[in-house]
Every structure is written in structure tokens, then in C-alpha cells.
Design a protein. Structure first.
Length: 288
């Protein structure tokens, strides 16, 4: 039972919700969009958690699901970017194990938190591997080049859904928001404000309305604000620093998309790292 709680917490920790019920509700939200992705998310968290247990990592961190959330995201990435067959499933298992090892490597340094960096690095590696082995690539699809008007409901909902690569179902995003609000009203309000602020990019020249409607500019901003405001113990001027992190995510996402990158949660990770490094520099300067 304790292991199951840790596995569900691993899913919940993707949005900094460290309880099993939150993880179960998030899995239900994923299932509304894709039952296959739900199963792979659960399997990923289980593999990552079991790897940490087998390697006798810190029991408290295992219990909190901190070795499961990157693996859960890696698990979702496989059906999101690849066809499902024996090779891709085996790759998922190996990648989820590696995510736990990479997470542990990040823990050995104090310069910057791991966040979802293991997921980003390993998924990028899998995407590079798929270019070497075409059987790991989904069939190419051509998007219709049509003008699209801004949809506030769609953009807001998918901004939450894209946190776990769910970009096709509005109910999924609403359930993710509900998960945050049930666990913490404060974090729920912060995520809503972050979502509202990041959607203003729809009026910035050069920003695709379709990308905004699909939540592409929202999910990293939401994660960055939640992390800076609640998780990292960032000190004074917390919300100013959270706003800076939000703006940085938008800039990094904009540049990444125009360069053709699959950005995943890299803008979130990089923006929070910059804020943390700045905070560390300020503290060190005061001590000197």
C-alpha cells in the first residue's frame, strides 16, 4: 500500500501535489484524453519508484514520489511521440530507469534543483534516437494552414493539460486545475493568475494564435510560478521573482518554437534555474 501511494504521489508531483489522491485524479484526467497515456504514466511512475527502491535511495524521498514524476512524464512521452510496439515499450522502460538515475545525479549537486530536467533530457535523447531508427517515429501529419480565432476556454484549459502532454481534451485541463485547487487554494489561485498572464501573448506580433489556443505558451509559465512561489524557498520578493520566471518561460518558449525545438518543459526548468542562480548570487554577495 505504501508503494502504491508513492507511485501515485509520483504522478501528483508533476504539479507539485505530493499526495496520492492528487496523483489518482491526475491519472483520471489523463484517461479522459487517452487511456493509453494514462497507463504509460502510471507505469512510468512505478518503474521510476521501483528503481529508487532497488537502489536503496532515500526512503523519505521515495515515499514523497520524488523519483516517480520524471519517469511518469517520460512514460507519457512515448505514446505521445512514438508508435506503440515492443521496441518503444522497451525503450520506455529503459528511459524511466534512467530518469531515476539522472534525478539522483541532480541531487548530488546544490547549484540548481532537478525539477523536470531529467524528463527533458531523456525525452530529447529518445527523439534523437527516433531519427536514427525511423520505426520509432509516428507517421508525419500535415497541419492545416487556417486562421484561428482566440478561444479563452480552450487556451486556459489546455495550458493546464499540456503540463502532462495532454493537448486534446478540455476536461483534462479542468481536472488538473481542480487537483491543484483541492490540494491548495493558494496554489490554485496562483496557477490561474499565471495562466491569465501568459495568455496575453496572443496579442504579441509573431505569436501563433493556434499555439496559444493549444496551451503551448501556458504550461511552462504555470509550473514556473508554482515552483518559485511555493517550492523553492526563494526568500523575499517571491511574487516578483515568480513574475520574472513567468516572463522568462514565455521568451524561451517563443525562441524555442521559432527555432523548431520540441521544448517540452525546458522553458520552465531554465527560467527557474536562472531565478535560483540569481538568488544564490545575491545571498552569497551579502554574506561576503
Amino acid at each position: 500500500m505504501q508503494m502504491m501511494n508513492s507511485i501515485f504521489r509520483g504522478v501528483g508531483q508533476v504539479m507539485f501535489q505530493g499526495n496520492a489522491l492528487s496523483g489518482a485524479l491526475m491519472l483520471a484526467g489523463i484517461a479522459c484524453n487517452s487511456l493509453l497515456m494514462c497507463l504509460f504514466a502510471l507505469a512510468g511512475s512505478a518503474i521510476g519508484t521501483c528503481t529508487a527502491v532497488a537502489l536503496r535511495y532515500d526512503g523519505g524521498r521515495i515515499c514523497d514520489g520524488l523519483y516517480g514524476f520524471n519517469a511518469a512524464l517520460v512514460g507519457i512521452a512515448v505514446p505521445c511521440f512514438m508508435p506503440i510496439h515492443v521496441a518503444s515499450v522497451l525503450l520506455m522502460v529503459v528511459a524511466c530507469v534512467l530518469s531515476t538515475l539522472v534525478t539522483r545525479l541532480f541531487e548530488r549537486q546544490r547549484l540548481a534543483p532537478a525539477l523536470t530536467a531529467p524528463f527533458v533530457l531523456i525525452t530529447w535523447a529518445m527523439l534523437l534516437l527516433s531519427h536514427i531508427f525511423p520505426q520509432l517515429q509516428l507517421p508525419a501529419t500535415t497541419a492545416a494552414d487556417t486562421a484561428e480565432s482566440f478561444s479563452l476556454m480552450r487556451a486556459a484549459s489546455l495550458s493546464f493539460g499540456q503540463i502532462m502532454l495532454q493537448g486534446n481534451n478540455l476536461l483534462t485541463g479542468l481536472l488538473f486545475l481542480l487537483v491543484i485547487c483541492v490540494n491548495s487554494c493558494k496554489m490554485g489561485m496562483e496557477s490561474l493568475v499565471a495562466c491569465a498572464l501568459c495568455l496575453t501573448v496572443v496579442w504579441v506580433p509573431g505569436v501563433s494564435t493556434t499555439s496559444v489556443n493549444n496551451g503551448i505558451y501556458g504550461y511552462n509559465a504555470i509550473l514556473a510560478v508554482l515552483a518559485v512561489a511555493n517550492i523553492l524557498g526563494i526568500g523575499s520578493w517571491t511574487y516578483v521573482k515568480a513574475l520574472v520566471a513567468l516572463i522568462l518561460t514565455l521568451l524561451i518558449q517563443y525562441v524555442g518554437l521559432h527555432m523548431g525545438f520540441v521544448t517540452l518543459t525546458a522553458p520552465f526548468v531554465l527560467s527557474v534555474w536562472l531565478v535560483v542562480l540569481y538568488q544564490t548570487f545575491v545571498v552569497k554577495t551579502k554574506q561576503d
